[in-house]
Write a protein that binds this ligand. Structure first.
Ligand SMILES: [Zn+2]
Ligand SMILES: [Zn+2]
Length: 253
């Protein structure tokens, strides 16, 4: 069975109405940018690599004016994927698999640091990034990496313990990860298919989305998964849930 470890790959501070468009602007929120390390007998996998490690040195230049205007990077010196891996005695070369939930700056910002890993992206996501007029930042995906484009569900290690599941809506080719850590315990890592428990409970959609109906369908699918015995859902950017995760040192057992 794989081991699962949460990593803090950045923190973002911004106006809460970006997350909850049903609220008035003017209230700031700070959320974590999680990544996850999965240690499996057949390889070491990262689910999302967070914000580019050097982004704070020049947010507008490295992330673009629009993102720098909307979000402040408020992570500490160790809140990036490289520092987090080092805390667990790992270097980028040790990582064999990287799964990108989608190609936004806070999820694949450090992919370029993993040239030895196979990078799993949904085909629909990559096609959207490559399409004429695409709004995806080319610096995040147009890289000499060993991409494996996936269509829908995918069993990474062939034993059912680490499964990619498509959860489109936030973006066209968004995917989530299900990790079975013991016979009766599994985790559903939603990434941006659902930012937080509050979004799930109130069925609120964020401002950033590709298609509302599709996103609601993916949220319903994640909710059904979460209702199954032994399943815990970990949301994409949930400050309350992250307090619990950090209190346990990021260990997910
Ligand atoms: Zn996103
Ligand atoms: Zn995100």
């Amino acid at each position: 069975m794989p081991r699962l470890q949460a990593l803090c790959c950045g923190r973002l501070t911004f106006d809460r109405s970006l997350f909850f468009p049903d609220e008035s602007p003017g209230v700031q929120t700070t959320v974590p940018v999680p990544g996850y390390l999965v240690i499996h007998p057949k390889g070491k996998l990262l689910f999302d690599t967070g914000i580019a490690c050097n982004a704070a040195s020049d947010p507008a230049g490295l992330l673009g004016e629009r993102i720098a205007r909307l979000y402040r990077l408020t992570g500490g010196a160790s809140d990036n994927v490289i520092a987090q891996l080092a805390l667990h005695g790992l270097a980028p070369e040790d990582i064999t698999h990287v799964v990108s939930s989608h190609l936004h700056f806070d999820h694949c910002g450090c992919n370029s640091l993993f040239p030895r890993a196979r990078i799993f992206v949904q085909r629909a996501e990559m096609e959207a990034a490559r399409a004429p007029g695409s709004t995806y930042d080319r610096r995040l995906w147009d890289l000499p990496l060993d991409y494996q484009l996936v269509d829908g569900e995918h069993d990474i290690f062939g034993d059912g313990s680490v499964m990619l599941i498509p959860t489109p809506g936030h973006t066209v080719g968004h995917q989530s990860l299900v990790v079975q850590v013991s016979r009766d315990r599994r985790y559903v890592l939603t990434a941006d298919a659902c930012y937080s428990k509050e979004h799930m409970d109130r069925e609120v959609l964020p401002t950033v989305r590709w298609d509302a109906t599709t996103m609601l369908e993916s949220m319903a699918k994640l909710r059904r998964l979460g209702e199954q015995a032994g399943t815990r859902v970990l949301y994409g950017h949930d400050p309350m849930q992250w307090i619990e995760v950090e209190a346990a040192g990021g260990r997910l057992e």
